[in-house]
Design a protein around this ligand. Sequence first.
Ligand code: C2E
Ligand code: CA
Ligand code: CA
Ligand code: CA
Length: 278
Amino acid sequence: AKEEGKNDYRFFTSDMNARAMERLRIETDLRKAIEEEQFQLYFQPTKHLGQEFISSAEALLRWQHPTYGMVYPDTFMSVAEESGLINQIGKWVFKSGMAQAAKWHSQGKRVQISINVSGRQLRQPHLIDEIMTQLLETNCDPTLIEFELTESAILEFPDKAIEILRKLRAQGFSIALDDFGTGYSSLSYLKQLPVDKVKIDRSFISGLPDDKDSRILVEAIIALSHKMGLSVIAEGVENEEQLDFLETQKCAKIQGYFYSRPLSVDAFEDFVRRHSHP
Ligand code: C2E
Ligand code: CA
Ligand code: CA
Ligand code: CA
C-alpha cells in the first residue's frame, strides 16, 4: 500500500545468504512483536448487496514495527509459517478478533468477523481448545465469527482438516473457503467440505467483465455454490464494472477497495456510522 518501498524489509538481493539473514531478522523481530503485542487488526467491511448497513468484515493482520512502521502480511507471513510463530500470532488474532466482535455486540452492533486461519494452524494439536478458550475469555458469540481457510490448507491433511471444521461448525462458528478457484480440487469436491461460504479469488474478479475465462468461471462458481446452498462473496472488487457484473450474476456479497479498504478500528467505526441511518 501507500508507504511501501521506503524502510520496509526488502529482499534487496538475490544473494541466498542475504535472503536467509533477512528472514532470520524478521523471525527475531516477530518474536519480540509477539511479546510486545505489536500487532493490530484492520477490518475490511464486506458489502451485502441491497443492504446499506455493515454487518460483516474481514480481520486482517497488521504489524506496527517500531522502526519500519506498518508491515503487511506478505512481508512476514511466510516467515511466521515456516518458523511456526503463526501459531502464537494466530492465538493473538483469535483473541483480538473475538474481543472486538464481542465489544461491538455489547454496543448493539452485530458485526460478523472473518478470521484467517492458515494450514499450519490447522495442524496445531490443540487448535479447537485454544479457540474455545478465547471464546469464553472474550465472552464472544460464536455466530459472530467465521473462519477463512484456503482449499489448499484443507487439502494438506483433508481428513484432519474436515474433522476440525465439523467441530468448529458444531460450536456455532461458520467457515468460508478462501481464494476459491485457485486450488487443485474440482468444483464437485466442494460438496464434501463442511463450509458455509465460498470466497471467489481476486484473480478471477480482476479479469471481469472483459476476460471470457474469468467470466465463465465466476458464473459457474456462483451458480454451483447457490445450488449447493452456499453463500458466495467476491473479493478484490475494485471498480463499478466488476460490481455490476457480480450483481447481474446474483452474487450476494462483495469485498474490495471499490467499497472500502481495510480500516483501523476507529476508521471502521466511522464507516459503520456513516453507513447506518440516513
Ligand atoms: P487474503 O485472506 O486473501 O486477504 C485478502 C487480501 O486482499 C488482503 O491483503 C486485503 O487487504 C487485500 N484486498 C482487499 N481488497 C482488495 C482489492 O480490492 N484489491 C486488492 N489488490 N487487494 C485487496 P493483506 O491484508 O495484505 O493480507 C494478505 C494475506 O495475508 C491474506 O490474504 C491472508 O492470506 C494473510 N493474512 C492476513 N491476516 C491474517 C491473519 O490474521 N492470519 C492468517 N493466518 N493469515 C492472515
Ligand atoms: Ca481471507
Ligand atoms: Ca482471499
Ligand atoms: Ca490470498
